[in-house]
Each structure stands twice: as structure tokens, then as C-alpha cells.
Design a binder for this molecule. Structure first.
Ligand SMILES: Cc1cc2nc3c(=O)[nH]c(=O)nc-3n(C[C@H](O)[C@H](O)[C@H](O)COP(=O)(O)OP(=O)(O)OC[C@H]3O[C@@H](n4cnc5c(N)ncnc54)[C@H](O)[C@@H]3O)c2cc1C
Length: 270
């Protein structure tokens, strides 16, 4: 059995830790953040992701914190259906639901399933050095750790990837997004399906997560990344932008506070 270091306690790092432990390997996870706070918004886990979680023994923990999604609707700005994909076919074939879940709930359940002492917070990788048999990771706090293998799970701006594959750089995708999770209670909200509305002003998506909460995202094309005007957007700016969009989009925005808004440009790996 081998000894692994994993850098990053996001969804990928925590799930990989569970998988390696189940195979009998030694695992230590190092995370830059001093605490794993309830940040992020919603994610959709396909039936194949739910099957993978089952193989990790995590299905029973994750399934109750999400909402099963049975359809994906593509709408125009007046709410007319452009396309409807029935996702129950995947559920029937694989035997697992497609699930809308809050990222923080998913991360919490992945973390809770690990034995105590596996995850070390407050350790930001600075660089690593490797020999033919071992790899040593050096952290910004002065600590270091050595093992037989290192798994890079430190996200889109991974320092491990930058050191190992310097040519692989994040590439701005040409659009920027706001996300939030709101308490529902708004008439006309989807309860078991997701929708994405395409209009001249941009794209707007709705995904039910759990406990009557709804995750929404709004995307606008923007040729330049980190646009200072868009970065300063508040809910009122989005309301103006998406004013002509069908219900319940204006109502969802009206239920959102400026403090709920998460903003970020979208990047792909080139
Ligand atoms: C705070 C946050 C909120 C997010 N919210 C959403 C969301 O609402 N919806 C959505 O679809 N996707 C969201 N994402 C992205 C989504 O979780 C990931 O794209 C996807 O799950 C891939 O997971 P990952 O484990 O590869 O990377 P991530 O989930 O990005 O996790 C990477 C982890 O590595 C840590 N890390 C980074 N650099 C270092 C370093 N040098 N040393 C040690 N640790 C390091 C980060 O703190 C983070 O915990 C979010 C990501 C983050 C970090």
C-alpha cells in the first residue's frame, strides 16, 4: 500500500481521499483555507456522479442533502420551451438520481466521512520537489510533508499543475457569472427540474437544491476578464439587465440580497 499526499480539500480532493483510504492507502490532505466555510452555491451531480459516490460509500450521506432533478429545460426569455431533456432516462439506466446540491453541503458530507486527522487546514502549498521514489511538499507556513505520491486537487489555479505542466494555463471563457442561493417560497419555482433561459441580455439558470432553497446563476458575455463595471454589479444591476425575462426570474432576483451574490469570471483549462 502506498502513502499519498493530496493538496486541496475541495470536492475532488476529499472524494479522492475517501477512494484511496477505501483501497487501504495512507492519505494526508492539505488545504490552504484555515477553515472550510459555507461558501459556493449549487452544483448538479449527474446519475453517474451519484453512482461514483455510492462506490465510495457516500451515497446515503449525500442523497438526503440534495433534490432529485428529473428534467433540464432550455427556455427563451419569454419562458417558451426550446428544448426539454428528460433526465429520468439516466436514472432508469444507472439506478441513481441526478441531484441538485449546495456545494457546501456536498463538501461537508465528504469531509465528515473521513477519519479524524486526515485533513490538515491552513497549509498552502508553495512548491514540491520529487525524487525517483518520493515527493516532498513545502507549505507557505514552513511545514513540509513527504510521501510516495502527490495528488493535485488544488483547483483551476493549481500551483502543482503550474509547476508540473507550466504550459497548461487557465483560459478566460469569455463570460462572467453571478451565483446565489435563495430561500424559495416564490410561486412558479421549479421543484424537480433545472432551467436555463437564453435571451439577448444573457443566460439565467435555476436549480433547486435542498430544504426549499434555489440556486441561480446569471451569465453575461464580456470580452475582457475582470471587467471593473461588471465586478461592481449589485442585485439592482442584474434586475435591470434581466428585467424582460420571464417569471420567476425577476422574483428570484428580488429575493436575493447583495450579500448573497457570488461573482466570478469563468475559466477553462487550455
Ligand atoms: C470556494 C469555492 C466555491 C465554489 N462554488 C461553486 C459553485 O457554487 N458551483 C459550482 O458549480 N462550482 C463551484 N466551485 C467549483 C467547483 O467546486 C470545482 O470546479 C469542482 O468541484 C472541481 O473541484 P476541485 O476539487 O478540482 O477544485 P475546487 O473545488 O476548486 O477545490 C480546490 C481546493 O484546493 C484548495 N487550494 C487551492 N490552492 C491551494 C494550495 N496552493 N495549497 C493547498 N490548497 C489549495 C482550495 O482552497 C480549494 O479548497 C467552487 C470552488 C471553490 C473553491
Amino acid at each position: 500500500m502506498a502513502d499519498f499526499l493530496i493538496v486541496g480539500a475541495g470536492i475532488g480532493g476529499l472524494a479522492t481521499a475517501q477512494a484511496l483510504l477505501r483501497l487501504g492507502h495512507g492519505v494526508r490532505v492539505y488545504e490552504a483555507a484555515a477553515e472550510l466555510r459555507e461558501i459556493g452555491a449549487g452544483v448538479v451531480l449527474g446519475a453517474n456522479a451519484m453512482r461514483a459516490l455510492d462506490e465510495l460509500g457516500l451515497h446515503a450521506a449525500v442523497r438526503p442533502v440534495g433534490t432529485p432533478l428529473t428534467a433540464v429545460h432550455l427556455l427563451d426569455e419569454h419562458g417558451r420551451v426550446l428544448n426539454r431533456a428528460d433526465t429520468t432516462a439516466f436514472t432508469a439506466r444507472l439506478g441513481y438520481d441526478n441531484l441538485g446540491v449546495h456545494r457546501a453541503d456536498l463538501q461537508r458530507e465528504l469531509l465528515r466521512a473521513l477519519p479524524p486527522g486526515v485533513v490538515h487546514l491552513g497549509h498552502r502549498l508553495a512548491h514540491f520537489e520529487q525524487t525517483a521514489t518520493h515527493v516532498t511538499v513545502f507549505f507557505e507556513n514552513g511545514a513540509q510533508a513527504t510521501a510516495e505520491a502527490l495528488v493535485a486537487a488544488d483547483g483551476i489555479r493549481s500551483r502543482v499543475r503550474r509547476q508540473l505542466l507550466p504550459a497548461s494555463q487557465p483560459r478566460y471563457a469569455g463570460y462572467t457569472c453571478w451565483r446565489a442561493t435563495v430561500r424559495a417560497g416564490i410561486p412558479g419555482l421549479p421543484t424537480s427540474g433545472t432551467s436555463e433561459t437564453w435571451g439577448r441580455a444573457g443566460r439565467f439558470g435555476l436549480v433547486p437544491v435542498a430544504d426549499g432553497r434555489l440556486y441561480w446563476f446569471a451569465c453575461l458575455n464580456s470580452p475582457e476578464a475582470n471587467n471593473p463595471v461588471l465586478r461592481a454589479y449589485r442585485v439592482a444591476d442584474l434586475q435591470r439587465h434581466f428585467a424582460g425575462f420571464h417569471a420567476p426570474i425577476p422574483q428570484v432576483l428580488a429575493a436575493t440580497t447583495d450579500a448573497d451574490l457570488l461573482w466570478g469570471d469563468l475559466y477553462d483549462l487550455a
